[in-house]
Design a protein around this ligand. Structure first.
Ligand SMILES: Nc1ncnc2c1ncn2[C@@H]1O[C@H](COP(=O)(O)OP(=O)(O)OP(=O)(O)O)[C@@H](O)[C@H]1O
Ligand SMILES: [Mg+2]
Length: 360
């Protein structure tokens, strides 16, 4: 274990009743002050992982270590952890002020200090003037912000946030993303954040854990996951991409030719000691692809016919179709858009280094 690991999950497995395990041999290390995000589709085990760290569930096997202490069998209040739940769970009979002040009151903090800190929190979550409202008089987004304030005010060493921005509209959500990130830097709290919004994960995290069906697919920085996904699932889950499947049909010194599944098309990838018949997944991001009438030296290309051109603000999205009917998505920035139209026969091309090659 490296020096600054603050939260550690070691071979943690969890099943409910006699069903298939929800978490299978999970290993995670979270450094002090890190912003770590658990990302994955609904039902993959994100909330369960948080509940185990918080102490609301006990693993069937494995250990949970926080600040060098094995807390696996300890109750939630014996851990220096606070949670913002997916369903906010405010105290319905208390107004906003008392909800936020609750933790400090329990710790018998002086009244004046409680007041100062509650108002500081209200400012942070942009709810100044709402301190007298009851939860039933708030919108979903407002309740969520009260829940964040109520957790942050306790200055926990680890803050667990389960989709805390889910109920907010896009603009407020973006604002709160920045606020939360600033707050985390300022206070040095370790954040373990759950979302299934991949863009949110990319913009907020130091490190992202991509989960799929109870196992970790890959852990890395946003850039690593986006540029160097190790599995097809990760490539597909993070951002928009084109997934091409093929096998090696010809080997040259520095490159191999891939025959794409059910395609006559052939693309080239760099040869890293691959063998004849090896199967591959190649991911190509839509923003890396260009549409051309003539090929240039070194292009990787597929022959396509344009099916659709869609204007979407800052990009033109093109759907092009290969002879065998595979759809390829291309995103061109507005100022660099090509002038092709529906039913044009074109080459869709990219540079060899923009093929993200994943061996099957
Ligand atoms: N108390 C429980 N009893 C039985 N099964 C449970 C329990 N809690 C969770 N599960 C199951 O465990 C799996 C993982 O659930 P979990 O809530 O961790 O998913 P999640 O990744 O948070 O999904 P979402 O994005 O929808 O919130 C699901 O199949 C769920 O039905
Ligand atoms: Mg969940």
């Amino acid at each position: 274990m490296t020096e600054d690991v603050f939260v550690q999950l070691v071979n943690v497995s969890k099943s409910f009743d006699r069903e298939e395990a929800v978490l299978k041999n999970l290993n995670l290390e979270i450094r002090k002050g890190q912003f770590l995000t658990l990302l994955g589709p609904s039902g993959c085990g994100k909330t369960t992982t948080l509940r185990l760290i918080a102490g609301f569930e006990t693993p069937n096997s494995g250990d949970i270590i926080i600040d060098k202490e094995n807390v696996t069998q300890k109750s939630p209040h014996q851990r220096c952890v606070n949670t913002v739940f997916q369903n906010y769970a405010l105290f319905p009979h208390m107004n906003v002020f008392d909800n936020i002040a609750f933790g400090l009151k329990m710790k018998k903090v002086a009244k004046k200090e409680i007041e100062n800190r509650v108002f500081e929190m209200l400012k942070m979550v942009q709810l100044e003037g709402y301190e007298g409202r009851m939860p039933s008089q708030l919108s979903g987004g407002q309740m969520q912000r009260v829940a964040i304030a109520r957790a942050v005010i306790n200055n926990p060493k680890v803050l667990l946030l389960d989709e805390p921005l889910g109920a907010l509209d896009l603009k407020l959500r973006k604002q709160m993303q920045l606020e939360l990130k600033h707050l985390q830097r300022k206070l040095g709290i370790t954040f373990i954040f759950v979302t299934h919004d991949q863009e949110e994960a990319l913009t907020m995290s130091d490190s992202i854990v991509v989960m799929n069906n109870g196992v970790v697919e890959q852990i890395g920085t946003p850039e690593e996951l986006y540029e160097k996904p190790r599995t097809k699932f990760v490539a597909d889950f993070l951002g928009e991409t084109n997934i091409l499947e093929g096998e090696v049909v010809k080997i040259k010194d520095t490159e191999v030719l891939l025959n794409l599944e059910q395609e006559e098309d052939i693309i080239r990838i760099p040869n890293m000691n691959y063998g004849f018949g090896d199967r591959f997944t190649v991911s190509v991001r839509p923003e890396r692809i260009k549409i051309k009438a003539e090929l240039e030296e070194g292009d990787v290309w597929l022959q396509c016919r344009i099916k659709e051109r869609i204007y979407s603000g800052f990009v033109i999205k093109t759907i092009a179709v290969t002879k065998k009917g595979k759809e390829i998505i291309i995103n061109e920035p507005i100022e660099q858009k090509s002038n092709f139209g529906r039913n044009d026969d074109v080459f869709v091309t990219w540079k060899p280094q923009h093929s993200i090659v994943i061996k099957a």
